[in-house]
Design a protein around this ligand. Sequence first.
Ligand code: NCD
Length: 532
Amino acid sequence: MLRLPKFDVVSIDDLSIGEIERVFVLADQFTAQLEAGERLRIADGMVMATLFYEPSTRTRLSFESAAHRLGGCVISSASMDASSAAKGETLADTVRVVSGYADLIVIRHPYDGAARVAAEYARCPIINAGDGSREHPTQTLCDLYILRRKKGHLRGLTVAICGDLKFGRTVHSLIYALARFGANVVAVPNRGMAVPDYVLARLAAERNYSFSSVSISELKSLAGGLDAMYLTPSAPHQMALFTGEMPIIKAAEPAQGPAALDAFYVTRFQKERRSEGERELADYVRFDARALKTSRTQEAVVMHPLPRTDELAYELDADPRAVYFEQAAAGVPVRMALIAWLLENAGRSRKRTAGAAPLILKAENAPPCSNANCITRHEIRYLRPRFKPAPAASHSELCLRCEFCEHELKVQYVGHARSRRYYRFDESLLGYVRQWLEDGTLMVVETVKQAEEAGYEPYRRGPQREIMNAQEITRAVEAIAAQIIRDLPDLARVSVVGIVSHGAALAVRLCEIIERQTGVDPVRGAGRVSRL
Ligand code: NCD
């Protein structure tokens, strides 16, 4: 039996830049060989299984064509409704069984994080062909391949990504990849369809990358042919990322005029990912030839992962800048290249550089993932929610990131399962929280009611104890201020200093009271040290 390496492609970030470039080299070779009508046998004996739990035309057929054209063969279920999934078989069981029949599994699934689960349970490599609204890495390979072919390079390009950026999985993978290749992204979401926070959090944490968003009304003015709209990528991320060659398009200053766009990536309204939605569809922007008429857009290619509905005018099809059918056609050589790359790596194993091992919250100690479409909310018989601590915006919130769908869960109460005590979270508890996560004793809940229903009692000492209530604090601060006013004759020479993490707020309150009562602001008089 052929042994492909257990290299799963769940996210586009599972492939390094070097690996993506190798795939492109192979794709160029296959394009030439296909054109020359060569018959290839490099995947002779390979069996690829396609498990598509959602509709597909391009991804599935191009994968299947790719396997056949390499000399391999394909097994598939006509529809997952015709498989044991319809009898209630879990995803984990299905992929365990199918990895006994195939050397490679290509899977598409409606739930976010499903491909990661498949990768954990299958013995053979898993390629994600779209998991819910999370990612679609092989579509990104096709997108990048065509974009690079059209523009000669990726670094420094400016790509406007339009439409449903919330649920469009092709968009998420594409943004991660463009960030890595040093391209600028201008997000042009339809109303209420902005790039989700978990995507932005990954970009910020792993790539030091951020980008500007352009509102739909601005897009409308662009679509209306106006040249006045100022589009600028928030370029500083690139400066931080690339210390070597600088991107071609630098942070455009308004004085220099707007940056040119290299590509529009138009996407479909993902109606199947919403329960309501027709209302939003009504103002979904339609992209037509007018958008290419401005001086900044003349060189832009128009991309789309397809299928299109009404968002992309048919009149564009004849324009040489419309490259969406080329993207679709690239599906075969690019997916052949991905399979060939796996074959090239047969026998190798992968060193995972990804951070620390996940910290797992026991099922009985964790609320469900905050994302209703997360696989952990559906495959409940065997899957446990799994979170990693993530940076939080507020000191009084514990932020946990789901290992499967990456959505964040923000909790205010944490508990210790052995002592059955709960605490209102504050930053000073972080060390304990990590420790409890590691030894499996952390419990998190969103409300006191939930904690008490689970049999936990409030922790009465330490950070939980109320030493003074708000009124008492106000009275005490006023008394201290009164004492300062009374005892210090020259308030203009007084500095009030507090420690940044704790006393600073108190210092500011004292200064405010002193200023209110005397007209002298001791802080300003004393310089910066006291504005903590
Ligand atoms: C996309 C998908 O399935 O996410 N299609 C594709 O694979 N080319 C895009 C879409 O359905 O809108």
